[in-house]
Design a protein around this ligand. Structure first.
Ligand code: DC
Length: 228
């Protein structure tokens, strides 16, 4: 079997991980895996069943009803789609409510365990750039390269606000900033797999970089490390 490369990109919400990783993966011919979509799909499924993502006991009880593979990632023309059962929920998971719900369910160890093998399995079979919070620390501890991608909370809020501004019911900048800070806090202070830079990860701060600059930086880091 041809050598597969595993690149882990972790960092806080809104650091540009998905946009940067997606562009880099396309250029390098790797699969881009957005693991946050899985936590979002779990949150959405719970919410649609009338279960609060904060209600740990009920989330765990409900999770037990799903078989392995209930949540899945499928790659169609190189683009990731996330499925809840047989339903493609990719276009339904980007709302602020689902973001908060995902942050809540991701703090539940049973949810993380439920999604673990699925992520491992994709990386074992494919050259991937996988983004999340615990990829370098937990999911792919032997990744060929680990990048911790970050930017200041204000810069991240500004970027997210610009994305949301095109949509109806856009929140205010202050609301976006406060949501980002709340999610940072949740993600960094949970007991299981908190967001933190792996000891052997390289730090990339994109606060001062534009998108093209950040993509070029990540691609050059990957090419150098993997001798591509
Ligand atoms: O990257 P994102 O914003 O789509 O992630 C949604 C939530 O899921 C976020 O609050 C953190 C959580 N998450 C996680 O705990 N571990 C991952 N590997 C990916 C996301």
């Amino acid at each position: 079997m041809a050598k597969v490369y595993n690149i882990a990109i972790d960092g806080p919400a809104g650091a540009g991980k998905s946009t940067i990783a997606k562009a880099a993966a396309k250029q390098l011919g790797f699969i881009y895996v957005d693991t946050g979509a899985l936590y979002r799909a779990v949150a959405l499924e719970m919410m649609s069943r009338g279960i609060s993502p904060n209600d740990k006991e009920r989330v765990i009880a409900e999770l037990e009803k799903f078989g392995d593979g209930y949540f899945s990632l499928r790659f169609i023309d190189g683009v990731q789609h996330v499925f809840s059962g047989e339903k493609d929920v990719s276009s339904m998971i980007r709302t602020p409510e689902v973001s908060m719900g995902a942050s809540a369910v991701s703090a539940i160890p049973e949810v993380r365990k439920f999604l673990f093998e699925l992520q491992r399995d994709i990386a074992a079979k494919n050259s991937v750039i996988m983004d999340g919070r615990d990829i370098g620390t937990v999911v792919l501890p032997n990744a060929d390269l680990k990048i911790f991608l970050t930017a200041s909370a204000e810069v991240r809020a500004e970027r997210r606000f610009k994305e949301l501004a095109e949509k109806p019911d856009c929140p205010t900048y202050e609301q976006v900033l406060s949501d980002i800070k709340q999610r940072d806090y949740n993600d960094m202070h949970r007991e299981t797999s908190p967001l933190k830079q792996a000891d052997d990860a390289v730090l990339a701060d994109t606060s001062e970089l534009d998108l093209d600059g950040a993509i070029a930086l990540i691609i050059s880091m990957i090419k150098e490390k993997c001798a591509l």
